[in-house]
Design a protein around this ligand. Structure first.
Ligand code: FES
Length: 273
């Protein structure tokens, strides 16, 4: 394994608060994938890559739970937070349907974010599936600011649901490998199959977010290549602050951790897949 010095875990040093927000812009990026930019100036100054926010989406009050969402970028000058959601559930559909200028409330910053390398000598691989791209775009931006080289492997079911290739190139990825399950663009197959055909040993860190089977596969590839791996888990959440036990993550050492307060980013070696 290559020597790797990581920065301190991005813990919630900023206290979790309730903030107001308004939607400032939105656009459909791909089939059932929407970018929604919200303005919440105070919250935007507290967030770190890999953390999440809990959004109260107006509408059907039978849906009382907030939606936990990662962010792709922060513009602190404008006070804006860029969200990208797959409109596969009622809550995310209602979020994408919010009008520009419409507002609600959001809780954050939640959870612990990515631990990024300290050394510019590091070489990082980002592996994402679906909207798992979102927190990795935030990570990529911080890597670029630190002068750390990174490459990306992104996957989607088909080209119509693919997004993020240009976004990763725009923030400075050395390369972006696109994978589609149906072969409609790029590598025909899963991101994990692409990784199995790749020499991972030059990388000092792999960071991954996406469906759980994908992350388990990425973790296995990283383990085999002796490369340190972090994953951002997407568990079902209810409270978002460690009270309800719905987001339990089984650990190799035994017992469980909360995805919402101990994660969502974990050392892949510590997760019981
Ligand atoms: S969502 Fe309630 S404990 Fe994590």
């Amino acid at each position: 394994m290559l020597p790797l010095k990581l920065g301190g875990c991005v813990e919630s040093t900023a206290r979790v608060h309730l903030y107001d927000f308004i939607v400032t812009s939105k656009a459909e990026l791909a089939e059932e994938i929407w970018r929604v930019v919200i303005c919440s100036p105070e919250l935007s100054r507290t967030l770190r890559a890999g953390q999440f926010i809990n959004v109260d989406v107006p509408g059907d009050r039978s849906q009382l739970l907030r939606i936990p969402l990662s962010f792709a970028s922060i513009d602190q000058m404008a006070g804006e937070i860029e969200l990208v959601v797959a409109t596969v559930g009622d809550g995310t559909r209602r979020l994408a349907a919010m009008a520009v200028g419409q507002g609600s409330t959001v809780v954050g910053p939640c959870g612990n974010g990515w631990r990024l390398p300290r050394s510019e000598e590091s070489r990082v691989l980002l592996v994402a599936g679906g909207v798992g791209i979102v927190p990795l775009l935030a990570a990529g931006r911080e890597l670029a600011q630190k002068g750390i080289a990174f490459e990306a492997v992104i996957g989607a079911r088909s080209a119509s649901q693919l997004w993020g290739e240009q976004e990763f190139m725009d923030i400075g990825a050395s390369s972006v490998l696109v994978c589609t399950d149906d072969g409609s663009k790029g590598f025909h197959g899963f991101t994990t199959q692409a990784l199995q055909a790749t020499d991972l040993t030059p990388f000092s860190l792999i960071m991954s977010c996406g469906p759980a089977p994908m992350m388990a596969g990425v973790a296995a590839c990283a383990h085999k290549a002796h490369v340190f791996c972090q994953v951002s888990l997407e568990q079902m959440m209810s409270c978002g602050f460690g009270a309800c036990h719905t987001c339990n993550v089984a650990m190799v050492a035994g017992g469980y951790k909360f995805c919402c307060t101990d994660g969502p980013v974990f050392n892949a070696e510590e997760v019981l897949w």
